[in-house]
Design a protein around this ligand. Sequence first.
Ligand code: DAT
Ligand code: MG
Length: 138
Amino acid sequence: MATEETLVLVKPDGVARGLTGAILARIEAKGYSLVDIGLVEPDRDTLEQHYAEHEGKPFYEPLLEFMMSGPSVAIRLAGNRVIEGFRSLAGTTDPTTAAPGTIRGDYGRDWGLKVQQNLVHGSDSAESAARELDIWFP
Ligand code: DAT
Ligand code: MG
C-alpha cells in the first residue's frame, strides 16, 4: 500500500459543461479522499509554472488561453497509488480515442474538438504531483 497525493483539475470545459459533480462522483466511487478542493481562476504565471514542460510546443499558447477561459476546480486527492490510478480513470490525453469507461472517453466531445478540452488534469509522477500541488495549493 502506498498512499499518495496527486493534483487533479476539472478544467474549464468540465466546469462550464456542468460535469464537476459527475467527475467527482467517479473519484469518490473509486474511494479516493478529497483532502482539499476549491474553485480557482489561475493567472498566466500560475499556468506557465504548471505547464512549464510544454513551453514552446505548438499547443502551448492555446492551452494557456483555454485554461484562462473560465474557472477550474483544483483538488488535492489522496489514495493508494492515486497518481497512476487517477490517470487511468481519466483516460488518454486525446478524448477522441480515450477508452470508454474513462472520464475523457465518456464525456470528451468529438465535435468542435480541441485536444486541450479534455476535461481533467492529473499529475503524471510523484515529482510532478509534489511540484503541482505546491503551485495550486500554496
Ligand atoms: P495529459 O494532460 O494527458 O498529461 P500532456 O501533459 O501531454 O497530457 O498535455 C497537457 C495538455 O496539453 C493536455 O491535457 C491537452 C494539451 N495537449 C497535449 N497534446 C496536445 C496536442 N497534440 N494538441 C493540442 N493540445 C494538446
Ligand atoms: Mg501531463
